[in-house]
Design a protein around this ligand. Structure first.
Ligand code: NAI
Ligand code: MG
Length: 350
């Protein structure tokens, strides 16, 4: 039997509620599957830890985390007590960078029982693969002069290695989906980085003759995601374009409370980090009404990354069955509590 050693960082706010719920569900699915088990180790890092110790995690936190197979994180942030840039950079971004989690993956899929804000959403099922370590989000640049002479320069950095890595990962994912990869480009406006991006895409796609491909300019692609999302499959995008498309993906699904995400170290040299898209939601924290589905679906992404696709599908089916039966939290139009949703999902696993 495989034992997965998982570092758990519930974090702050509703992270403390949705993480234990997701762990209950994941333990149940391991029990049903029978071929693997989880060994969870909790780390109380976050804003409370900061208020007590002056740091978001201990000095050797990164070294400690490296000993685990994966990291399962809730959400971080208590903006009333700790400024967001401290909580974000002191924990989340530090882990993403130091563990070289260079790929961010977020699915956007219309689940049964959910209402999309789109008028005619059909059955879209999109996965956005975002380059997570370079591109437009680099610290290369500067500001000089002041007043009307002031100049700001922000350089984008695209490496062949980083670009190719994101694209290959997208092609590999497409092998197990509808077999289609869309590249998000803007080579009509960005005359160095995006022609380079397109060239790398042309080179990589040669290795995947069975996958259909298309390059779309990001502006057109954004419209496409709203008008005809059902025609898309895997999208590969740079850091900035992917950031925007993944939020759009979350929006067309119907609620931030259900959207999952993974920060992957695809070389598997260090642990990857699985965390839902939503934050710590201080406005509803401690009330037992947060939607646990974002965290639970994030658990499915972890199962998939660990190679347990059958268990992953079973989990997503149980989520859909629960939603379709009307057991939902308030953010998606229901009246159920967090623990009612969790219990229903566990029941629907079987
Ligand atoms: P948020 O995602 O925490 O909340 C936005 C709105 O969505 C709120 O009205 C909240 O009640 C609702 N919401 C979020 N998740 C929900 C769920 N599971 N069920 C039901 N409703 C849900 O974003 P906000 O308010 O901008 O940020 C709050 C704190 O979280 C900040 O400190 C921020 O920096 C942090 N944050 C952390 C993230 C992370 O750890 N990855 C991501 C986003 C924000
Ligand atoms: Mg964003």
């Amino acid at each position: 039997m495989n034992t997965y050693k998982i570092a758990v960082i519930p974090g702050d706010g509703i992270g403390l509620e949705v993480v234990p719920a997701a762990i209950d569900v994941l333990n149940k699915i391991a029990e049903i599957d029978g071929s693997f088990r989880f060994e969870w180790t909790y780390f109380p890092w976050g804003c409370d830890y900061y208020l007590e110790h002056g740091v978001m995690m201990p000095e050797d936190g990164i070294e400690t985390l490296k000993k685990y197979d994966q990291i399962f994180l809730g959400a971080v942030g208590m903006p009333e007590l700790v400024p967001d840039h401290i909580s974000l950079w002191g924990l989340l971004i530090k882990i993403r960078r130091e563990m070289k989690q260079s790929i961010n993956v977020r699915p956007a899929k219309l689940l049964a029982g959910l209402e999309s804000p789109l008028k005619n959403p059909q059955n879209f099922d999109i996965t956005v693969v975002r380059e997570n370590s370079e591109g437009e989000y680099s610290d290369s640049g500067g500001r000089i002069h002041s007043g009307s002479d002031e100049i700001a320069i922000q350089n984008a950095v695209f490496t062949r290695k980083g670009t190719e890595r994101a694209m290959r990962y997208a092609f590999e994912l497409a092998k197990n989906s509808k077999g289609h990869v869309t590249s998000a480009t803007k080579s009509n406006g960005l005359t160095y980085s995006m022609p380079f991006w397109d060239e790398v895409f042309e080179t990589v796609k040669v290795d995947y003759p069975e996958i259909k491909t298309v390059s779309n300019h990001i502006d057109a692609l954004a419209a496409y995601m709203v008008m005809k999302p059902q025609e898309l499959d895997v999208i590969v995008a740079s850091n900035l374009f992917g950031d925007i498309l993944t939020d759009l993906g979350g929006a067309i699904m119907g609620s931030i409370g259900i959207a999952p995400a993974a920060n992957l170290n695809i070389e598997r040299e260090y642990p990857s980090m699985f965390e839902p898209v939503h934050g710590s939601a201080p406005d509803i924290a401690g009330k037992g009404i947060a939607n646990p589905i974002g965290q639970i679906w994030t658990g499915k992404m972890m199962l998939d990354f660990l190679g347990n696709h059958e268990a992953g599908s079973r989990l997503l089916n149980a989520i859909e069955k629960t939603l379709a039966s009307g057991i939902k939290t308030g953010d998606i139009g229901g009246t159920s509590t967090l623990s009612e949703v969790k219990e229903a999902i566990i029941k629907n696993l079987i």
